[in-house]
Ligand binder design. Structure first.
Ligand SMILES: Cc1cc2nc3c(=O)[nH]c(=O)nc-3n(C[C@H](O)[C@H](O)[C@H](O)COP(=O)(O)OP(=O)(O)OC[C@H]3O[C@@H](n4cnc5c(N)ncnc54)[C@H](O)[C@@H]3O)c2cc1C
Length: 466
């Protein structure tokens, strides 16, 4: 056993896991390339040990001990990240937040609830729903992801168009910095006390500290909820309808536009071939829901939308958290992944055309499609899905990288944002300078050096190699 694992075991008895199964289970997240490496019999080398602290003080003790011994620390929440944010190389301690779970405080009058970082998203939502409230943050991985992980990756939920993304519902945070100091932001509705330090942790992917508590700003459960569905002759017409809907001030929580291939894949029963489906869910006080529903329908019809059976929305609601794993595809020699990006309205149409064309031009690509699922006054996101099967199975990883590069280059060329909500991890870090510029990357590097001079927190993630 390594020295650091022995020391942690002495300092935190019962919290250190050293058995091979536990170490292997914490050696990676759900990134497709790591799944492929597993299949090829080349999984990441497990960490030295997994430590499961039970309190903020214990997290601080782990970070201080690891800093003293020069040992890297990889924070592990639910392991549902899809960008390679968790990947070990045999020399780290993995700090799992699993035992730091549960509600700390609920203040219904303030519409706020504070959770320990390892609480799963679904558990946090259940607890506040018991009080008639909701966080309103519904990532597809809500049953897998921890609230600390949602913060660390700047997650987006399926209801984001109405309720915002994780950064809009985080009221306050507690985090342990790399030197063991504890940062607590105050749960005030707004502050002008210098830069917002919550933003340092939102999207920090475990490189600047360990999030230990998350306080959410809540909302009452809606009185009414009603879906509607339409379809459009073109993806551009559907995007234009969404632009006009949000511009007019309507905010259906769910607004999802699928291009024709995805509409055919998911909703063939209710959407004619070559049409592009738009699913909407309206929530709030009953009269407001009805008013929004008819105003939105009118705007959509003006852009060529034709109404179809709202049962489509119920179908989506029932299946929205089910995703086939990568494994079945990989075993057939097919690499599959999704890539989410964002852009202003003026650019998003060109990004769709350019990225899909770039993917389809690659020799191995079997399918390339997209949908938009998170909209804003000034723009929207696109969520591309691709499948590729190289002739030579040994070329699967290269084929996968080529698909990613094609989309990243198309987005960069059209001035879009390279990541809407999955983060950077390892899969995007070499494209980060496209978005932030050299000065932006240098600033992030300087911040990292100031907080973590020995580069011990999650090295290799987010920042490109120097
Ligand atoms: C089927 C599926 C569907 C998904 N759907 C969505 C979706 O709808 N929206 C969305 O945004 N994402 C989605 N994701 C991606 C993933 O669930 C999110 O990135 C999620 O936020 C990761 O949380 P986690 O707790 O699993 O983090 P992990 O995978 O454990 O870690 C992710 C990163 O955050 C760091 N980290 C974790 N916890 C902490 C902490 N407490 N403090 C500091 N750093 C930490 C890790 O070091 C790592 O870099 C999906 C993933 C899957 C597999």
């Amino acid at each position: 056993m390594s020295d650091i694992a022995t020391r942690l075991e002495a300092e935190l008895p019962g919290r250190v896991l050293r058995d091979p199964a536990a170490r292997a289970a914490h050696s990676r997240d759900t990134w497709m390339l790591n799944e492929l490496r597993d299949l090829e019999g080349q999984p990441p080398t497990p960490p030295l040990a997994v430590v499961e602290p039970e309190s903020t003080a214990e997290v601080a003790a782990v970070l201080r001990a690891c800093r003293k011994s020069g040992t890297p620390v990889v924070t592990y929440g639910g392991g549902s990240g899809v960008c390679g944010g968790v990947e070990t190389a045999g020399r780290e301690i993995v700090l799992s937040t699993r035992r730091m779970s549960g509600l700390v405080e609920l203040q219904p009058d303030d519409l706020s609830a504070r959770f320990r970082a390892g609480t799963l998203g679904i558990e946090a939502e259940r607890q506040v729903q018991e009080a008639g409230l909701t966080i309103g943050h519904w990532p597809q991985s809500i049953e897998l992801a921890s609230v600390g992980g949602l913060v660390a990756t700047r997650s987006a939920g399926q209801y984001s168009t109405g309720y915002g993304n994780v950064e809009d519902v985080v009221l306050a945070l507690e985090a342990v910095l790399p030197d063991g100091a504890v940062l607590r932001t105050r749960p005030t509705p707004r502050a002008a006390a210098g830069p917002d330090l919550r933003q340092l942790l939102l999207g920090s992917e475990g490189i600047l500290g360990v999030v230990t508590e998350v306080a959410f700003s809540l909302r009452p459960l809606p009185e009414a909820s009603r879906g509607q569905a339409l379809h459009f002759p073109g993806f551009a017409e559907g995007l234009e309808a969404i632009r006009r809907i949000v511009r007019a001030g309507w905010r259906p929580p769910v607004v999802r536009l699928y291009d024709a291939p995805e509409s055919a894949r998911h909703f063939a029963e209710h959407v004619p071939a070559e049409r592009h489906a738009l699913l909407l869910l309206h929530e709030g006080p009953k009269p407001a829901v009805e008013v929004e529903r008819s105003a939105v329908a009118e705007l959509a019809r003006a852009c060529g939308g034709a109404e179809t059976d709202p049962a489509l929305v119920d179908q989506w609601l029932e299946t929205r958290n089910k995703v086939p794993g990568f494994r079945g595809f990989l075993e057939k020699g097919i690499v599959v992944d999704t890539i989410e990006v964002a852009a202003t309205w003026g650019r998003i149409g060109r990004i769709y055309e350019r990225a899909v064309a770039a993917l389809r031009a690659l020799p191995d690509v079997l399918s390339a499609s997209a949908h938009s699922s998170h909209s804003y006054r000034s723009g929207t996101n696109l969520y591309f899905t691709f499948a590729a099967r190289p002739e030579d199975r040994a070329a699967m990883a290269a084929s996968y990288r080529a698909c990613w590069a094609a989309v990243m280059q198309a987005v960069d060329a059209e001035g879009g944002g390279i990541a809407h909500h999955h983060g950077i991890g390892r899969v995007r870090r070499d494209f980060l300078a496209d978005e932030l510029g050299e000065a932006g990357v240098a600033l992030l590097r300087a911040l990292k050096r100031a907080l973590d001079p020995d580069d011990l927190l999650n090295p290799g993630v987010l920042l490109p190699d120097a």
